[in-house]
Design a protein around this ligand. Structure first.
Ligand code: SAM
Length: 299
């Protein structure tokens, strides 16, 4: 099945939104430096999902680059193409294809990039394919995140805007089915220990290997964020939670007797969170994602 990600993990719209928040324009310099990007380059984003990063990079390089996004999921490719068109960006091509058999000629691009993809595919094959399509002197950069090492605040000032013990209990069977199905589909199965990735780059003959990091804070309560944007964040979080629930419910073998209750609890939680935003009461429920980035050059 070529569109399992968009139907069984996360849909294009909510994935795009979470990435919009993470690939904040203020982080432009960090991305450009860690990925070694420059205007005029040809750049391929492998496993591009809804295309958020390609559109950002296009903007960050003043649209002076040739960009390609490749993903096997047709819903992502369709969404990414439409979004680029809608935003008037015409230097990105999206191609449906397998990143372990990249549909591009050898020695044809200046930079290969990927964000949270290596953990889902055999690492060596993935790097070798990128090495093949890179020109001599071109670079391969891999960005990977460690969810368990993110900083997640645990606000206590507004308990009813946080997940209750009852809701956590009701999520348990859904999380169980997710992790069972995820591992059977290889999702997350290839996550690599951070020291082993640069070693693999070395072993495969890359040169000028660099390890870097990018932190991506997602903080609803920041003073500089306009209230409309805060409300949109709450609504997108709600949509993501409901989407995750429905995806999980569809994978259970039988009907879940608590489906109605869990939906209600999600809505009550986000209604409360929305009311707090409207009442200008800050909770400081935030998350800081950590990316480690490994970059190497093809000799
Ligand atoms: C965690 S998502 C990341 C998407 C995107 N890079 C982002 O950060 O928004 C992983 C992506 O890799 C894609 N993917 C996984 N294995 C693939 C393969 N063999 N060929 C092409 N795409 C693949 C999935 O379809 C999905 O879009």
């Amino acid at each position: 099945m070529d569109n399992y990600w968009s139907t069984l993990v996360q849909g294009p719209k909510t994935l795009d939104y979470t990435r919009e928040l993470r690939f904040n324009d203020e982080r432009r310099g960090c991305f450009i430096k860690a990925l070694g990007l420059q205007p005029g380059m040809s750049i391929v984003d492998l496993g591009c999902g809804p295309g958020t990063l390609t559109r950002k990079i296009s903007k960050w390089l003043s649209h002076d680059a040739t960009l390609m996004g490749i993903d096997r999921d047709s819903a992502f490719i369709e969404y990414a193409s439409k979004e680029a068109q809608k935003q008037g960006i015409n230097n990105i091509t999206y191609i449906q294809g397998d990143i372990l058999k990249i549909p591009l000629p050898s020695d044809s691009v200046d930079a290969c990039i990927s964000h949270t993809v290596i953990e889902h595919v055999p690492n060596r094959e993935f790097l070798l394919e990128q090495q093949r399509i890179c020109k001599s002197g071109g670079t391969v950069s891999v960005m990977s995140s460690r969810p368990e090492k993110s900083i997640v605040s645990t606000p206590i000032s507004a308990p009813d805007a946080q997940m209750s013990v009852r809701e956590q209990e009701l999520w348990k069977p859904i999380h169980e089915i997710w992790s069972k199905k995820d591992s059977s589909r290889g999702i997350g199965s290839y996550a690599i220990e951070p020291s082993l990735l640069p070693m693999l780059f070395e072993e495969l003959g890359f040169i000028h290997i660099e390890v870097d990091a990018i932190t991506l804070p997602v903080v609803l309560d920041n003073s500089s964020t306009p209230i409309e944007q805060k409300l949109r964040m709450v609504e997108m979080d709600r949509q993501q939670a409901i989407e995750g629930l429905e995806i999980g419910l569809n994978q259970l073998d039988e009907e879940y007797e608590h489906a109605g209750e869990i939906r209600l609890l999600i809505h009550q939680r986000y209604d409360k969170r929305r009311d707090l935003v409207i009442g200008q009461k800050r909770v400081w429920d935030y998350q800081i994602y950590m990316l480690f980035v490994v970059r190497g050059m093809k000799p």
